[in-house]
Ligand binder design. Structure first.
Ligand SMILES: Cc1cc2nc3c(=O)[nH]c(=O)nc-3n(C[C@H](O)[C@H](O)[C@H](O)COP(=O)(O)OP(=O)(O)OC[C@H]3O[C@@H](n4cnc5c(N)ncnc54)[C@H](O)[C@@H]3O)c2cc1C
Length: 405
């Protein structure tokens, strides 16, 4: 039944329940993938729901494909657990640009180079499918999560839309790994909205580039990124162009169309047979749309600080030897303790948020959210002093380094 008044439509729907799980992960970027696998490793029954048909999110469909460092910047490997495991997976089947001294990801390496690498997004995406299925995660692609179910202080599953129609999936815990904090926002939990410079990065090749690929024996060198927008610091942002947050469909559309038009303008006049644009991004390259304001907000002042409730460690990709512990409170809000987030939507501010948003740290927070959600769903474990002992024990068993020292 539909009743309409001036500017709203009221829907009354009977939505079929299509399944029941311990943990549902919404969004299959690197954070969601890690969260799903980590929850499954705690014996939770897990469903991972992704709106596109290829896993990996920005790292894959956004063509980012550069795994930022997992080392301290002073020659020591810092990040372990899935941050390291997915790094290995990202470069396992395809070419890489890992510096020689870091080949095999040793504990220490001499020299200045950081332990980071470009990877093949396509091979990483296919490897992720297998990695998740092997972990026992159920996957549902081409499916939009539209809403969390439940009361204000508890989630009981999610509503989805897909080819089958509208459906409900029930669960005891939910992880919002949408990259946009969609579920937190729609539930009315506090979120912060960011702004972005224009960014439109595609893969391009030409004869010279192909020759470089052949001569180096590394096919990653046979293509390069071309950015028709700006870099992280706004260099290249068109004068007078608005900085967008990307939290409305109209803004996302404008951001993508303007970026693509700028790339087309740049390449369309070039000699037709001299080059090709080999891959376009299939995701808007917005660094920040929305992130949560959780129990704790990490800031730059927390650099080097010890947290008793740390769920992992992070290294600053831009500054050497600037290390962070990640307190559990960046992953949830106390008003709804069985809803977690991970990846670029954790509760962090300023440069500390930049530290948390990159691929290895998104994986680390994903792994922690997965463990916390699984333990909450299966044993009712809370993020209090006693519960953190149980959570940290499970994370350590999964190979995570919890503290800087
Ligand atoms: C221009 C740019 C350059 C960057 N450069 C680097 C770099 O060099 N190195 C680096 O490490 N990081 C870099 N980053 C950051 C990094 O790529 C991302 O922050 C990180 O990959 C985010 O992972 P995520 O899983 O948190 O989110 P996302 O990758 O955004 O994944 C979210 C997933 O959820 C899905 N989803 C969204 N909404 C829904 C819904 N309602 N229902 C179902 N599914 C949904 C999306 O399709 C997506 O797959 C860059 C980012 C940008 C934009």
């Amino acid at each position: 039944m539909i009743r309409s008044d001036s500017d709203t439509v009221r829907e009354v729907l009977d939505t079929p329940i299509r399944g029941e799980y311990d943990v549902i992960v919404c969004g299959g970027g690197v954070a969601g993938a890690a969260a799903a696998a980590a929850a499954a490793r705690e014996d939770a029954r897990v469903l991972l729901i992704e709106k596109s048909v290829v896993l990996g999110g920005l790292a894959v469909n956004g063509l980012i494909s550069y795994y930022e460092p997992i080392c301290t910047g002073t020659g020591k490997k810092l990040m372990t657990g899935m941050a390291e495991e997915l790094f290995r997976l990202a470069i396992c089947y395809g070419p890489d640009t890992l510096p020689d001294e870091w080949k095999g990801l040793p504990e220490e390496a001499a020299g200045e180079a950081r332990c980071a690498s470009v990877f093949s997004p396509a091979l990483f995406a296919m490897a992720l499918d297998k990695w998740l299925l092997d972990a026992g995660v159920e996957l549902l692609l081409d499916t939009w999560v539209v809403q969390a179910l439940g009361e204000r202080d508890e989630v009981r599953g999610v509503l989805v839309e897909n080819k089958t129609g509208r459906g409900a999936y029930l669960s005891k815990a939910v992880i919002d790994a949408t990259g946009d904090a969609d579920l937190f926002f729609r539930k009315g939990l506090p979120c912060v909205t960011g702004t972005n410079y224009l960014s439109y990065i595609a893969y391009v090749t030409d004869w010279k580039q192909m020759q470089e690929g052949m001569e180096s024996g590394n096919l990653l060198k046979a293509r390069r990124w071309v950015n028709a927008g700006s870099d992280l610091w706004g260099r290249g942002h068109p004068e007078g162009y608005p900085q967008m947050s990307g939290v409305t469909a109209e803004e996302v559309t404008k951001f993508v169309l303007d970026g693509r038009a700028a790339l087309f303008e740049r390449v369309s006049g070039q000699e037709r047979l001299s080059r090709d644009v080999t891959v376009l991004p299939t995701m808007a390259q917005l660094r920040t749309t929305r992130r949560i304001q959780g129990r704790y907000t990490l800031t730059e002042a927390d650099c080097g600080r010890h947290f008793a409730d740390s769920i992992g460690v992070a290294t600053d990709f831009h500054h050497r030897d600037r290390l962070y512990e990640l307190p559990a409170g960046i992953l949830f809000h106390d008003d709804c303790p069985n809803l977690f987030t991970a990846g670029r939507t954790v509760s962090a501010d300023g440069w500390a948020w930049h530290v948390t948003r990159v691929i290895p740290v998104a994986v680390a927070t994903g792994q922690a959210a997965g463990v916390m959600a699984a333990l909450k769903a299966k044993e009712g474990v809370e993020a209090n002093e006693t519960g953190m002992v149980r959570i940290q024990k499970a994370l350590k068993r999964q190979g995570v380094r919890l503290h800087i020292e």
